[in-house]
Write a new protein. Structure first.
Length: 92
């Protein structure tokens, strides 16, 4: 039986839809509030630029979360206290 990869061969992150609701749902609470206030405050012709900037921020945040998740999945997790104990033992 051939070995199966641990994760799919296509590790690309799917794009967030370019809607106000979707962009906002992938932002932190603080950023979501700033995004909504900016979208509501600009003139109609400036809305696409505001959405584009925040869409990029949301995609970067999503990619960062995905990378952290993948990194954690491939390594054993330690409690901070255990890690500190190991460091103290190693340094004397």
């Amino acid at each position: 039986m051939p070995a199966q990869p641990e994760r799919p061969a296509d590790s690309r992150i799917t794009a967030i839809p370019r809607t106000i609701h979707a962009i906002g749902s992938f932002l932190t609470d603080e950023d979501r509030a700033r995004f909504h206030s900016q979208v509501l405050a600009v003139e109609e012709d400036e809305v696409p630029g505001v959405m584009r900037r925040w869409w990029k921020a949301a995609m970067l945040g999503r990619a960062r979360e995905d990378e952290i998740s993948r990194a954690n999945a491939s390594r054993p997790l330690f409690a901070v206290e255990d890690l500190l104990e190991q460091v103290e033992k190693a340094t004397g």
